[in-house]
Design a protein around this ligand. Structure first.
Ligand SMILES: [Zn+2]
Ligand SMILES: [Zn+2]
Length: 323
C-alpha cells in the first residue's frame, strides 16, 4: 500500500522551453560542453532518435544532453518533494502525552519544518545564430555560425553559404535602387567582398570538418580560400578532386577576376596594380586606376561561387557517407 508520505522511487520534473520555444542542451563531452538550443516538435519525428552536438559532432541519447542548470533545477525540485514527503510522514507520528500528576513528565513531538529546500531556477542563454535545418527542418540555435544539425547531423555550411550569397544579391538589388552613385558603388564593392569572405569561411570550415579525408590532415584544417587558384590547387592536392571541372572556362576567368578585385578592395583601396594585371589578363585594366566592378559581373560571380560551393560540399559529403 502506498501512503501519501511515502518517498516516490521516481520523480519526473518537466523542463520547460524558453520564451522562444527553445530548450537548452549541453554536450556531455568534457572537452566540448557546448551549449545550444533546439525547438522540440520540429525536425525528425520518431522515438529514441539520437542527438548530435552541433559543435564537436558527438552523437548520443537526448538524455545525455541536459545542461548543468537543468540538472540542478530538477534535483532541487526532487529534493523539495522528498522533503515534503518526509515532513508529512513525521507529522503522522506527532504525539503529545501530558504530564501525569505533580511529578510526571509530559512528552510530545511536534514537527516544525524549517525553511523549504531552495529551488535552483535558471534561464536559458541567448545564442548568436538561429538555423532551420534545410535537410530535416529542425529549429536550433548556436554560438557562432557553422554547426552540425542536432537532429539529422547534416553540417549547415552550404546552407550558410547560400544564405550569405542571397544577402549579397539583395545588396546588389539595393544598389540598383539608390540614387547616390558613390553609395551604389560602395554597395556593389561590399557585395563582392562579402561573396569572397563567405566562400572563404565556408571552404575553410568544410575542409576542417572533413580534414580526416585529406592526404595531410593539418593542412586541410587550415586551408584558406581567399585566393581561388591557390585554394583549388591545394584542394586538388589534399582531396584529389579538381573543383574547376564543375564550371566553364569563362566562369573560371570571371571568378578569378572577382577574387583579385576583392584583393584590391581589401588591400589597395581598389587601385589596380601590376599583380592584378598578371593574374587576370584583363585587357582594359590600367595600373594606378580604380578597378571597375559591375553589378552583372558580381551577380554572375554569385552564381559561380554557389556552384563551386555545391561541388565542394558534395565531393566531401560523398566521401564520408553523407554525414
Ligand atoms: Zn560537443
Ligand atoms: Zn537536420
Amino acid at each position: 500500500m502506498t501512503r501519501d508520505w511515502d518517498i516516490p522511487d521516481q520523480i519526473s520534473v518537466p523542463i520547460e522551453a524558453d520564451e522562444d520555444g527553445f530548450t537548452g542542451r549541453e554536450c556531455p563531452v568534457d572537452k566540448c560542453q557546448g551549449y545550444f538550443k533546439i525547438e522540440y516538435g520540429t525536425g525528425l519525428q520518431g522515438e529514441d532518435l539520437p542527438c548530435h552536438c552541433p559543435y564537436c559532432g558527438y552523437t548520443g541519447a537526448h538524455d545525455e544532453f541536459w545542461t548543468k542548470e537543468q540538472i540542478a533545477y530538477a534535483e532541487s525540485i526532487a529534493m523539495r518533494q522528498i522533503e515534503r514527503a518526509i515532513i508529512r510522514g513525521l507529522k503522522e507520528h506527532e504525539f503529545n502525552y501530558p504530564a501525569q500528576g505533580d511529578f510526571g513528565i509530559g512528552i510530545s513531538m511536534k514537527v516544525k519544518p524549517g525553511p523549504p529546500h531552495p529551488i535552483r531556477h535558471y534561464r536559458e542563454n541567448r545564442l548568436e545564430t538561429e538555423v532551420v535545418c534545410d535537410m530535416c527542418t529542425l529549429h536550433y540555435a548556436i554560438y557562432g555560425v557553422f554547426a552540425h544539425c542536432p537532429d539529422c547531423g547534416a553540417h549547415n555550411s552550404l546552407q550558410i553559404l547560400k544564405k550569405n550569397l542571397d544577402l549579397a544579391v539583395k545588396q546588389l538589388d539595393l544598389a540598383g535602387d539608390v540614387e547616390d552613385k558613390d553609395f551604389a558603388e560602395h554597395l556593389v564593392a561590399d557585395a563582392l567582398e562579402n561573396v569572397v569572405s563567405t566562400f572563404d569561411g565556408f571552404g575553410r570550415e568544410l575542409c576542417r570538418v572533413h580534414a580526416e579525408q585529406a592526404t595531410v590532415q593539418t593542412k586541410a584544417e587550415n586551408l584558406s580560400f581567399q585566393n581561388l587558384p591557390g585554394a583549388c590547387a591545394n584542394f586538388k592536392r589534399l582531396f584529389s578532386h579538381d573543383l574547376t571541372t564543375s564550371i566553364e572556362q569563362a566562369q573560371w576567368d570571371l571568378a578569378v577576376r572577382c577574387f583579385n578585385k576583392r584583393h584590391l578592395l581589401a588591400h589597395k583601396m581598389g587601385v589596380i596594380d601590376q599583380k592584378y594585371i598578371v593574374a587576370t589578363n584583363e585587357a582594359s585594366a590600367v595600373v594606378g586606376r580604380r578597378v571597375r566592378i559591375d553589378v552583372d559581373e558580381v551577380l554572375e560571380f554569385v552564381v559561380i561561387v554557389r556552384r563551386l560551393g555545391e561541388e565542394l560540399a558534395s565531393v566531401l559529403a560523398s566521401e564520408d557517407g553523407g554525414r
